[in-house]
Write a protein that binds this ligand. Structure first.
Ligand SMILES: C[S@@+](CC[C@H](N)C(=O)[O-])C[C@H]1O[C@@H](n2cnc3c(N)ncnc32)[C@H](O)[C@@H]1O
Length: 313
């Protein structure tokens, strides 16, 4: 599969909000196959620069290939957006004019025969965005956590209503032998939740929960957002595309908090907190894909885009 096989989500909407311009400096915290990055570089021709981060070395290789024609306008680094401020400053991209976080995983990763992100492809249960790091894999979590911890994980990160029975089924099954592959795990979930009927496979939430836990995704997002505001210049914009309510809630709350003018308790006659907003929210209502985009790219169906602009001061 080639880089072009990952179709960037909400592409026009994201680029319209980021408003790339010649001479600008842009950071794509999740460069993936380079789809959004390519559009940002095109719109900021002839000399806008882009710093692309990704935890996945294979994604960086694909992005490098796709973005080669932009030459030294592009810098790609194998880093996490959880360390955004350090990475952006170190590479000379602060103050930035625009930052993008397109969360989650790419189609390339989902369909990769060895990465273990999806239940439609039989693969070892890995799910690490960065397979070079010696951190626990999905296999480790599935085979080592006790039933309570597993149920908690499935409930918290997958919002899985059948968390308890699925966790129990996992623990029972692994007593015979360890659970090694995506297909084995999907079958265990099916044994509890039934076989796929509608559009959503019953193992979707279990796989999402494990992936979020393996990569500590919510933690990375919570760390990245304030750092993004720190490195944006006045008028610089931050766009975040989330794919489920857990992520979107974090982004929405952060934006509302940063845009707040006064956080005094209600009832005080005058403001005593002296709070100044750091951003202006540009998407009062989150931007969603059009029915046409969803029809053309079903992966986009749960995408939620929010954008804010850094205020001066
Ligand atoms: C949805 S894809 C991005 C696709 C990209 N916008 C495009 O148009 O091709 C998300 C990417 O973020 C990467 N990623 C996930 N968590 C990350 C993190 N904490 N730091 C850097 N990259 C991360 C994944 O490896 C994946 O390649």
């Amino acid at each position: 599969m080639r880089a072009a096989d990952h179709v960037p989500v909400l592409l026009d909407e994201t680029v319209d909000l980021l408003q790339p311009r010649a001479g600008g400096t842009y950071v794509d915290g999740t460069v993936g196959g380079g789809g959004h990055a390519e559009a940002i570089l095109e719109r900021s021709s002839p000399d806008g620069r882009l710093l692309g981060l990704d935890l996945d070395p294979e994604a960086l290789d694909r992005a490098a290939e796709r973005l080669r024609r932009f030459g030294d306008r592009v810098t790609l680094v194998h880093e996490s957006f959880a360390d955004l401020e350090r990475v952006v400053r170190w590479n000379g991209f602060a103050p930035a004019d625009g930052i993008l976080l397109d969360l989650g995983l790419s189609s390339f990763q989902l369909e990769h025969p060895k990465r273990g992100f999806g239940f439609r492809v039989e693969a070892p249960l890995d799910m690490r965005f960065n397979p070079l790091q010696q951190t626990p894999t999905a296999r480790d979590l599935v085979n080592k956590l006790d039933a309570r911890e597993l149920a908690d994980l499935l409930r918290r990160y997958g919002e899985e209503p059948l968390a308890k029975p699925i966790a129990r089924a996992i623990v029972t099954r692994r007593q015979r032998r360890p659970i090694e592959t995506t297909a084995e795990l999907a079958r265990i979930v099916e044994s509890v939740a039934g076989r796929a009927r509608g559009k959503i496979h019953p193992a979707t939430r279990t796989f999402q929960a494990l992936r979020i836990a393996v990569n500590r995704e919510l933690d990375a997002l919570e760390r990245a957002l304030p750092q993004a505001i720190e490195v944006l210049g006045p008028g610089g914009r931050l766009a975040v595309i989330s794919f489920h309510s857990l992520e979107d809630r974090i982004v929405k709350r952060f934006f509302v908090d940063q845009a707040a003018t006064c956080v005094c308790p209600p009832g005080l006659p005058v403001c005593v907190c002296g709070r100044k907003p750091t951003i202006r929210i540009l998407t009062r209502r989150a931007v969603r894909p059009t029915p046409r985009e969803v029809a053309e790219n079903p992966r986009s169906r749960s995408a939620i885009l929010r954008c804010a602009e850094r205020l001066a001061g």
